[in-house]
Design a protein around this ligand. Structure first.
Ligand code: CP
Length: 326
């Protein structure tokens, strides 16, 4: 077991080795058990986390804030628009200065081409860990919560389980690509055979695909890509269909909307769920476009684990914070 994570950043999913992710999961399961019996876990007493948001959030803000309180510390909620960042504070200054006030800096910055760069620049200047609350490339905390949830439902040995990461149609906004990218590079390390399904215009970033294939080779699992959502769902153990934007393909939002509208049939409904194994689980990080990405019958149905995923955000993040910030 690798336990020395003190001072480490978590920006890309692969920043922690497989063994280190297992340590995070062990700790998260322990924290979840302790919370169930009201056992106190003051591992970060008097420590303070800065939560710097450039984009809205429900689960991420709530789970980090509650998590820091459970660990005996405090989380400061800072919206970028209320700061002097737009008047010139640079990432280096944020890293230097917040690194002196706080014991950890968590950042959500999903702007395409900017977010990941920003986090890395802050991390370079910071003396404390920088934690990724979602950038334009990765959403590692969501992925850890998803991994914990899959293990709760399917057991810790996931070898030979088939996981489908699928694009889905949505109309509300061009959702970030970070969730499928994190899943694609993290899940092969835990033994699952991955099928990635998307229309041709919704490819993941080439460098992410390279990393995903490399992990699949290293851990001797399957990694297939298809543009057929039905074929992907066949005999799956885990289905994870969600929308992501076409901004990798075009930077024109109108052209993006025209492309998306060709694929309105990419919805998860009861017919499609029946193609998967009878005990397959349906996953989604939320928020979902109900009855557009996924029907009410599926997301509110017996195979859906979306609330467990949301809860587990808190447990895995507490584990990451306790291990990196103590
Ligand atoms: N899943 C997720 O990150 O949710 P929020 O955008 O509400 O934080």
């Amino acid at each position: 077991m690798q336990t020395f994570l003190h001072g480490r950043d978590l920006i890309s999913d692969l920043d922690f080795s497989k063994e280190e992710v297992e340590t995070v999961l062990d700790m998260a399961f322990d924290l979840k058990r302790k919370r169930a019996i009201n056992e106190l876990t003051p591992y970060l007493r008097d420590k303070v986390l800065a939560m710097l948001f450039f984009f809205s959030s429900t689960r991420t803000r709530g789970s980090f804030e509650a998590g820091m309180a459970h660990l005996g510390g405090h989380a400061a909620f800072i919206e970028s628009r209320t700061t002097q960042i737009s008047h010139g504070d640079t990432p280096k200054e944020i890293g230097e200065i917040f690194g002196r006030y706080f014991d950890g800096i968590a950042i959500r910055h999903v702007d395409w081409g900017l977010g990941n760069k920003y986090l890395n620049e802050v991390a370079k200047a910071s003396r404390v860990p920088v934690l990724n609350m979602q950038c334009d490339v990765y959403h590692p905390m969501q992925c850890l919560a998803d991994l914990m949830t899959i293990m709760e439902k399917k057991g810790r040995d996931l070898r030979k389980k088939k996981m489908v990461i699928s694009w889905a149609y949505a109309a509300s906004y061009q959702k970030p690509i970070s969730v499928p990218q994190s899943l694609a590079i993290q899940m092969p390390r835990f033994g699952m055979d991955i099928v990635l399904a998307h229309p041709p215009e919704f490819k993941l970033m080439p460098e992410i695909m390279d990393q995903a294939y490399e992990q699949a080779r290293k851990f001797n699992v399957g990694f297939e890509v298809t543009d057929d959502m039905d074929a992907a769902f066949k005999d799956a153990d885990v289905v994870y269909p969600k929308s992501w934007g076409a901004l990798v393909h075009t930077s024109d939002p109108e052209e993006g909307a025209r492309i998306i509208d060709k694929y309105k049939s990419w919805i998860t409904d009861e017919r499609r769920m029946k193609l998967a194994k009878p005990d397959a689980i349906f996953m989604h990080p939320l928020p979902a476009d109900r009855n557009i990405e996924v029907t009410d019958a599926v997301i509110d149905g017996p195979q859906s684990v979306v609330y467990d995923e949301a809860e587990n955000r808190m447990h895995v993040q507490e584990a990451v914070m306790a291990l990196t910030m103590s």
